[in-house]
Design a protein around this ligand. Structure first.
Ligand code: UT7
Length: 331
């Protein structure tokens, strides 16, 4: 019997129209375009504005673009997964609302949160449902309205994050394309260095907490940076080694866009030429769960059937990992 693998067969994306440039940030905090560009690679990011618009707004738009491009009947979708660290609300999964709004009336849905690694881990979850033969069409969306957690008077965080969403469709493949291997890790001590203190069950939101800004993301940038550089490079090297791949076998590196220097360090560890490194951080900043699918959407036209893509991510928690993947179609 032919082995079923899980391939990506369509991609969609959405970023909000409002642009927040480095120059605009210079007016909000003590920073400058030169510092942000040289330290992070970011020039601008997109911000979702408008009363009552949450992460689902971004996710629905990305999914709708995919559905239109693929000419997909949303009733054929079996499962909608939303990878996000900024769900619309507590105790009601964003994916469920998204499924209803895009007309995926025969699907079930749930959210996945592993901070910036959410989409990477979601690729594994989506693939497992396909490989098991249980479902035929799994829609995985990476979406985050990061601006909802950012204090725009804190220069340690407000220069980095942006809003956006990307969607991919996973389907069975009989040519051996799609997800080949994965290597995932985590370290719970990391939550002391990146996260939002209040708003969860440990510290529910209180008036006093809000006054102290505890609902906003805090980050010890240096510690996160060091861990991200070491661990993302480490898992990338490991996944190549255990699949007997050299840098010449790799067509693309699709690494989480947190900081250009972290991505470059990962590429340098495996001695990968910069022409093979997907990069769009300059346009969107760090969109948390959306960076990987936004890369796929922006590079889709350049991807060829059979291309080897190494995915890598590192995020809050800490969470990190890499995936060895084979692209399944020409655009
Ligand atoms: O998605 C996964 C999670 N996030 C990440 O992976 C992000 C990881 N961290 C980073 O990307 C970097 O640590 C940052 C971009 C956040 C900071 O870059 P850095 O090179 O680590 O800067 P730093 O914190 O070591 O600060 C260097 C200098 C300091 O000045 P002195 O002490 O050398 O005089 C800071 O006060 O830069 C100063 N600085 C700034 N200057 C202008 C810190 N933030 C800013 C700023 N604008 N926004």
């Amino acid at each position: 019997m032919t082995k079923i693998t899980a391939a990506i067969t369509a991609v969609g994306k959405y970023v909000p129209e409002d642009v927040l440039t480095n120059k605009m940030l210079e007016k909000l905090v003590d920073t400058n375009d030169e510092w942000i560009t040289s330290r992070t690679g970011i020039k601008e990011r997109r911000i979702l504005k408008g009363e009552g618009k949450g992460t689902s707004y971004l996710a629905i738009k990305a999914a709708q673009q995919l559905i239109a491009k693929k000419k997909l009947d949303p009733k054929e979708i079996d499962l909608v997964l939303v990878a996000t660290a900024t769900s619309d609300m507590q105790a009601a999964a964003t994916a469920v609302y998204v499924a209803s709004q895009i007309g995926a009336t025969k699907a079930f849905g749930f959210d996945l949160d592993a901070a910036c690694s959410s989409f990477l881990y979601g690729m594994s979850v989506a693939s497992s449902f396909i490989e098991s033969g249980k479902y035929k069409k799994v829609l995985l969306i990476g979406a985050d309205k990061c601006s909802s957690m950012i204090d725009y008077s804190d220069r340690a965080t407000c220069i980095i994050f942006g809003d956006g969403a990307g969607a991919v469709l996973f389907e069975p493949n009989e040519e051996g394309l799609g997800l080949q291997d994965e290597y995932f890790r985590c370290d719970g001590t990391g939550r002391n260095f990146l996260g939002a203190k209040a708003g969860g069950s440990k510290y529910p939101i209180t008036k006093e907490g809000i006054e102290k800004g505890e609902q906003f993301v805090y980050q010890d940038g240096k510690t996160v940076f060091k861990n991200a550089v070491f661990n993302m490079a480490d898992v990338t090297e490991k996944i190549l080694d255990r699949n007997n791949l050299t840098k010449d076998d790799v067509t693309w590196l699709a690494a989480h866009q947190a900081n250009k220097r972290i991505v470059e360090a990962t590429a340098n560890r495996i001695k990968l030429d910069s022409s093979k490194v997907m990069m769009n951080i300059q346009k969107y900043g760090n969109t948390t769960s959306a960076t990987l699918p936004l890369l796929l959407a922006d590079y889709e036209q350049q991807l060829k059937k059979g291309d080897t893509i190494i995915f890598a991510a590192f995020g809050g928690g800490f969470t990190w990992g890499s995936i060895y993947f084979k692209w399944a179609y020409n655009s």
